[in-house]
Design a protein around this ligand. Structure first.
Ligand SMILES: NC(=O)c1ccc[n+]([C@@H]2O[C@H](COP(=O)([O-])OP(=O)(O)OC[C@H]3O[C@@H](n4cnc5c(N)ncnc54)[C@H](OP(=O)(O)O)[C@@H]3O)[C@@H](O)[C@H]2O)c1
Length: 251
């Protein structure tokens, strides 16, 4: 299938976990994909694996906390592939084990800077290009932590709740310009971020007891939802919140 034929996509945090799955699904569907992340070796690995499947991709190393990197990533998409049609704001960091009275300023600032301000920076740079062509699709990767209370994640929950609100603000502001913006809210997904939890049955089993489908999600399952929202099949979909959580939040 070629649901993204001729499209150019930028996926932040495309060198691991959910972002890697999104980059590979997009490339399989015909998009040229620029991936970002801070680890060059992992970027090289994903670009190599996409190339082995006859997909087109490139990488730009850096952090979404650095506006020069963010602008370089958008420029790379234009220079190498001629456009920017799709932005997936996926890069994110977690936070484990503390309540707010134990939380230090450094952790709060770091989580907000990557998960929320990073999306602001990347979207600002990408929208400037999308406006020139009068089209674009932005998909933000949030979490069920923005929808229900989850213990020991105060900064993470705040960053993702604000990301959901930011998504709606972007959707409203740019609908008339042909740019759509939606947010995907996954439950527990088997990625490196969740690896410490997945390796500890004493912690994992009580969490999975809250999931009607009693297993963690797969990165590819999230990627397939993102594919729909990024594609022209979702031409009338903007400002939406799309939960993918094995039923966790409706139980
Ligand atoms: N796994 C879950 O259970 C789960 C559930 C709900 C939502 N999510 C969300 O899904 C997204 C992806 O998570 P994941 O589980 O795939 O995590 P992951 O396996 O830890 O991957 C995170 C990705 O983000 C990149 N990244 C982290 N900080 C960055 C920064 N400052 N600048 C640029 N890239 C950065 C990482 O690359 P480098 O390390 O090379 O920078 C990596 O590619 C996140 O937004 C996360 O909050 C995950």
């Amino acid at each position: 299938m070629n649901r993204l034929a001729g499209k150019v996509a930028l996926v932040t945090g495309g060198n691991a976990g959910i972002g890697e799955a999104i980059a590979k699904v997009f490339a399989r569907e015909g998009a040229a994909v620029v991936i970002t992340g801070r680890r060059q070796d992992q970027l090289d690995r994903v670009v190599g694996e996409i190339g082995q499947q006859q997909g087109k991709s490139a990488s730009v190393v850096g952090s979404v906390t650095d506006d020069r990197h963010v602008r370089a990533a958008v420029s790379q998409a234009i220079l190498q592939f001629g456009a920017l049609d799709i932005l997936v704001n996926n890069a994110g960091v977690g936070e484990f084990g503390r309540r707010i009275h134990e939380l230090d300023d450094e952790t709060w600032t770091r989580v907000l800077d990557v998960n929320l301000t990073g999306v602001f920076r990347m979207t600002r740079a990408a929208v400037s290009e999308m406006l020139k062509r009068g089209q674009g699709s932005i998909v933000n990767i949030s979490s069920i932590a923005s929808l229900v209370g989850i213990p020991f994640l105060p900064a993470y929950a705040a960053s993702k709740g604000a990301l959901d609100a930011l998504t709606r603000a972007i959707a409203i502001d740019y609908a008339k310009d042909g740019i759509r913006c939606n947010v995907v809210n996954p439950g527990l997904i088997a990625t490196p971020m969740a690896a410490p939890l997945m390796a500890n049955p004493e912690q994992l089993d009580p969490i999975l007891a809250h999931y009607p489908i009693r297993r963690p999600g797969k990165p590819e399952e999230v990627a397939n939802m993102v594919l729909y929202l990024a594609s022209d099949e979702a031409a009338w979909v903007t400002g939406g919140t799309f939960t993918i959580d094995g039923g966790m939040t409706v139980w």
